[in-house]
Design a protein around this ligand. Structure first.
Ligand code: CA
Length: 296
């Protein structure tokens, strides 16, 4: 039996990222933010006007999230920071890993209560060297998980009582009980383990039916899985191997924006997959919901 699938289209941004990541749809401005971690770039894609903007942040940028009061909160090599698009100014907030020069921030996302969660990893991929942090609206930082190798995809269910989290080299998707008011997580369990042939689970989002959409790095696709049964329900094949993350966007939240990478690829591999690093978009018969915004 074949799975239901959708055909992704490449989005014309004239930019191929080394490590495209962190797509987040701004439902107020109807535009997409995404980042190129290793080139330190923040990108905006405006599909309505068919315009693209690029901001050189000047250091590795793991993730960007929207603020309720406008502008962005970033997870940078140097820690958490605010970014104002108009002034193009980075304002540092806090660096929970100051002195840990071998680490950088990776994926990040806001929770239902408006905290910004972002995790770290070692450049040399040392096992367990990373942590997952949350930045509260009052700018206090809490450690949520330690011993993470590559802190990656995050999602919260529609009842705001389950948190999903990916540690990529473990090839594992975890679920935790989540308590919104304090932001506590507990009762970690495994909901999905991928095989070597699947590739590595990377970025993740969730739809209104509480099914997870997971980008498979070196897996050439995004899949929709049931977090209860672990079964794959839908897949989007990509013409490139390194599929890094995805998020819902568009006026009706029925388009999936997908980021990809071209890092660590040989000339022959790039020749076989020349669109590596591009942004893709697929119209799908499922819907997402607006991204949570940072409340500080
Ligand atoms: Ca990632």
């Amino acid at each position: 039996m074949s799975l239901n699938t959708a055909d992704p289209q490449v989005v014309k941004t004239e930019y191929k990222a080394m490590l495209g990541e962190g797509p987040v749809w701004d439902d107020h401005e109807q535009q997409l933010y995404w980042v190129d971690i290793l080139n330190g770039m923040l990108m905006i894609h405006d599909p309505e006007r068919n315009e693209n903007y690029r901001y050189d942040i000047g250091e590795h940028i793991g993730a960007a999230a929207l603020r309720k009061k406008g502008g962005l909160v970033l997870a940078l090599k140097s820690g958490f920071a605010f970014f104002n698009i108009g002034e193009q100014k980075v304002n540092p907030i806090a660096d929970p890993e100051a002195g840990l020069n071998g680490n950088r921030f990776n994926d990040g996302k806001c929770d239902p209560a408006g905290r910004f969660w972002a995790g770290t990893m070692a450049y040399n991929l040392q096992q367990g060297a990373g942590s997952l942090y949350s930045l509260d609206p009052d700018q206090d930082v809490e450690v949520k998980i330690t011993g993470v190798t590559i802190s990656n995809g995050m999602a919260w269910n529609t009842d705001d009582n389950i948190f999903y989290f990916i540690d990529t080299p473990e090839r594992t998707v975890y679920a935790f009980d989540y308590e919104e008011e304090r932001g506590d997580i507990s009762n970690r369990r495994i909901i999905k383990e991928f095989s070597r042939a699947d590739g590595f689970p990377d970025g993740m989002t969730i739809d209104t039916g509480n099914k997870l959409w997971i980008a498979l790095y070196n897996g050439r696709k995004v899949i929709r899985i049931d977090p209860v049964s672990g079964k794959t329900l839908f897949e989007i094949p990509l013409p490139v191997p390194k599929v890094t993350s995805c998020t819902f966007g568009g006026a009706d939240f029925d388009e999936l924006y997908i980021t990809t990478a071209r890092e660590n690829m040989s000339k022959d591999e790039i020749k076989e997959a020349p669109m590596s690093g591009s942004l893709f978009k697929a119209k799908i018969p499922f819907k997402g919901k607006p991204a949570f915004r940072f409340a500080g």
